[in-house]
Write a protein that binds this ligand. Sequence first.
Ligand code: TYD
Length: 136
Amino acid sequence: MLMQAPEIIQLPKILDDRGNLSFIEECNHIPFKIERTYWIYDVPGGECRGGHAYSDLQEFIVALSGSFDVVLHDGEKELRFHLNRSYYGLYIPKMMWRELENFSTNSLALILADQKYSEDAYIRDFDEFVQKANDQ
Ligand code: TYD
């Protein structure tokens, strides 16, 4: 499972009258081993998260509750994804500028990453990112 472009992935959905169930298996539903899981919650109205890229880190984002937009930039063009179901997720390869915005009330963003947290993994300057993306 080699993926190099952002892509919405539909996750398994076990329908049940008692409540539905979905799941994610590393290297099966997503193309990497999970080293870290974090989540973003209690986002005040109008706030935006992200605003950075990772030079060598992949992520998978699921709207476990509510909805939000993920705005990506690959160095040339912008791509916008709306996440609003807990059985869909967005795969984001390395070297994508990404912002999360338009959070609905009580939204919960689950993020799986293939590396542990390190500030060294971040590119936080957009111009530097575009330069690096176009050098590749
Ligand atoms: P950051 O990734 O910049 O937030 P976002 O892109 O979602 O707006 O992280 C915000 C702060 O939290 C920053 O000081 C680093 C810290 N942090 C961790 O300590 N561990 C983590 O796994 C993450 C994602 C962030």
